[in-house]
Design a protein around this ligand. Structure first.
Ligand SMILES: [Zn+2]
Length: 83
């Protein structure tokens, strides 16, 4: 019976360790792979994630993955820059 208990305990420790490692790996992944921001559409028009103003078609054409207007993008880049 005692052996049985020790085995169960060992299993739990293994599982806890496994979860801990998985969680750490997920954390590292999330930190190094930011979720890509998806362009927002409103009535078929691209809308800025920052100020909700429509993004000009010229800007969308020049930068198809743009999710912000020029001003908001500049502000966003200043904010996220770590240097
Ligand atoms: Zn904006």
């Amino acid at each position: 019976m005692r052996i049985e208990c020790e085995r169960l305990h060992g299993d739990l420790v293994d599982r806890a360790q496994h979860y801990e490692e998985a969680e750490r790996a997920a954390g590292i992944y999330a930190a190094t792979h930011p979720v890509p921001e998806m362009p927002v559409l409103h009535d078929g028009e691209r809308v800025c994630l920052g100020c909700a103003d429509p993004i000009s078609p010229a800007r969308v054409k020049a930068c198809p993955m743009a999710v912000r207007c020029r001003e908001c993008q500049a502000r966003h880049e200043r904010k996220t820059k770590f240097t």
